[in-house]
Ligand binder design. Sequence first.
Ligand code: ADP
Length: 271
Amino acid sequence: MKKEEKLTKKNNLKEQLEELIKENQKLREENKKLQELNAMRTDIISLNAHQLRTSLSTIKWIIKMILDGDFGNFSEDQKEIFRKTYESNEKAINLVNEMLLANKTDNLEVEYHFENVDLPKLVETMIFEFTAEAKRKEIEITFKNQGQAFPPVSADKDQIRIVLQNLLENAIRYNKQNGKIIIWLEEKDGKLVTAVADTGIGIDEESKQRIFERFYRAKNAINVSYIGTGLGLSNSKKIIEKHGGNIWFESKENEGSTFYFSLPLANVKEK
Ligand code: ADP
């Protein structure tokens, strides 16, 4: 190759490289703009959803006071209407909660704050929070390890609370009237496994492969409850995997399901 040819080639390459650098710069700027827009969208949804939830909660407490007789006596027919309003309002609160959750875990900026967490204590608190809801369906919740101590796990407490909330909510929602929920903990290979077993509708073979997909709901689940977004399990999976744990289940249609998740023990967690 002649000297001039070599020089032209070199110049061409230089031009191409400069072009690529410019292109890259432009893409980075566009990406930044999109990220900012996305963060703004997330903030607006979150702000509105929180305000909506506050209004719904006010309605909830007022209806509750009416039902508790704080405003005097009402006929059974009137009470029935209030009860229906209360339930409808509860559904709306659930949907707003799911919306907030989806909005939150969609946002890649969510920061995890790991600390040593006493999991049995957190499980007990969550069971307590769900007692009233379980009672409404006459479901008995048993915690096999009540009062038993386990080594702490390394976890973001608020995120694990969300996971337990999802699993308990499902175990109640997809359970039968007078059903049972059994929860237990087990230490295994440097991890603490939590199991939530129910005696509900179970999951059919086809749906088993899909229930961790976003927005997926099995037909039998839609039949028993039209509330639900199909986001709880996919969010829970994301959360557990961020902790270096696993989430899985065993289920038989019409018999029940057991959901498990594992979390690394605090002292063996790789840094
Ligand atoms: P949602 O409950 O809002 O529909 P999830 O993501 O929590 O969404 O669950 C996805 C689907 O997995 C449910 O719609 C249901 O089909 C199935 N599922 C989850 N938990 C249970 C359970 N305990 N028993 C039976 N089916 C379940």
